[in-house]
Design a protein around this ligand. Structure first.
Ligand SMILES: [Fe+2]
Length: 384
């Protein structure tokens, strides 16, 4: 570890009730016509109300686009871009989960450049400029508010990514009051996803760097300490706030030190069975950690000591095993399916899933231990 580059969003605002200050924030950025990208469920649940009225009270016109869909299809992104252009938006706000924030990134980018969506798929192809962008997560999981990536589903059901530093927002706003209504299962799935971001960033073989390491350690500590309270007592605003902070730090970490085998093996489960991303990660997590243990012992020992004070005096072997056990016990206590079988996966599909996972080489190369086709199959079998 020597030379490295670290990028992130320039400004983070974290405060309970921060959404009510959006008017002030937007005015401070000189915005007069903002385009707010969200989903219908959040509008109906009233989660967007405070933000919208705060903007209007500050004299900022708001155009609400609430047609964001999960796994945003190209057509939905394109219609949002067209709408933002037609109202001559001078700024974009993403308010929601990963899909809303991913759509907001592309609206901010494509509403003021001649480039078309299909021209910017890939790494570093967006030329910009983009409209000013504010991101407000309503789940503590994706970290999308501080990542330079947006994932879109093409008409042929392929997932394509736009990766560009232009997709970092100008401001990320964390307001835990917006997350109080999140049901326990979604809180758990998204929280575990964030924990996996921290773990995989910390053990990434590619682009591992000391800033991501520090953020990943702190993120995992916060998430481990507070996930049970957030799941079991959803109205606990402080636990929710710590989860948002953990998710943000894990996002900053993995935006610069990318994720690995847990995500690579999770993607085929999402692709073929439409399992939620966090659940897919959780289902393979324990088996991947056990698989990685021989090569990741020292890193897992450090993660173990970060979350469990009783491991401070332990040698690496004991601390690493303690870490794998602690994470396995944690996910086993979460309120959602605990095995691939329980999640509805067919045993005869495991070889096909393993072949698909091997196609996610861009992530597998970051894993601390090389993963072969047989290894991938064995991990799915152990998770079945
Ligand atoms: Fe993830």
């Amino acid at each position: 570890m020597s030379a490295f580059v670290f990028e992130t969003a320039p400004k983070i605002v974290c405060e309970q009730g921060a959404a009510l200050k959006l008017g002030e924030i937007a005015r401070g950025m000189g915005l007069q016509q903002v385009f707010l990208v969200t989903d219908d469920g959040l509008v109906k649940a009233g989660v967007t109300d405070g933000a919208v009225s705060a903007l209007r009270q500050a004299g900022v016109a708001v155009h609400v686009f609430s047609e964001v869909l999960a796994d945003p299809p190209e057509a939905s992104v394109e219609s949002a871009v067209a709408r933002a252009r037609s109202v001559q938006a001078d700024g974009v706000i993403g308010l929601g989960g990963g899909s809303s924030m991913d759509t907001a990134k592309l609206v901010a980018l494509l509403a003021c450049t001649p480039q078309h969506l299909t021209e910017v798929y890939g790494v570093g192809l967006a030329r910009g400029p983009r409209l000013p962008l504010i991101q407000i997560p309503t789940t503590a999981g994706t970290g999308s508010e501080v990542t330079p990536i947006s994932i879109v589903t093409t008409p042929s059901h392929e997932k394509k990514g736009v990766v560009s530093p232009l997709l970092y927002p100008d401001v990320a706003v964390l307001d835990s009051l917006l997350t109080l209504g999140l049901p326990p299962a979604i809180t758990a799935m998204t929280g575990v996803d964030a924990m996996v971001h921290a773990i995989e960033a910390f053990t990434s073989r590619h682009k591992k760097n000391p800033v991501s390491d520090a953020l990943a350690l702190q993120a995992l500590q916060l998430l481990y300490q507070h996930i049970r309270t957030a799941v079991n007592d959803g109205r606990h605003a402080d636990a929710r706030e710590r989860m948002l902070q953990g998710s943000l730090m894990a996002g900053m970490a993995f935006a610069n030190a990318p994720v690995a085998a847990v995500h690579a093996l999770a993607y085929p489960l999402g692709g073929h069975y439409h399992l939620p991303h966090g659940l897919s990660n959780s289902l393979v997590l324990a088996a991947v950690l056990r698989f990685n243990l021989p090569t990741a012992q020292s890193a897992y020992a450090q993660l173990g000591r970060a979350i469990l004070p009783e491991l401070h005096q332990s040698d690496d072997s004991t601390a690493a095993k303690g870490f794998v056990k602690a994470m396995s016990d944690l996910v086993a206590a979460m309120p959602y399916p605990q095995s691939l079988r329980e999640a509805g996966i067919r045993q005869e599909d495991l070889p096909m899933l393993a072949r698909d996972a091997m196609n996610v080489q861009r992530l597998l190369v970051n894993n601390p231990r090389d993963v072969t086709l047989d290894d991938a199959l064995a991990i799915y079998q152990a998770s079945f």
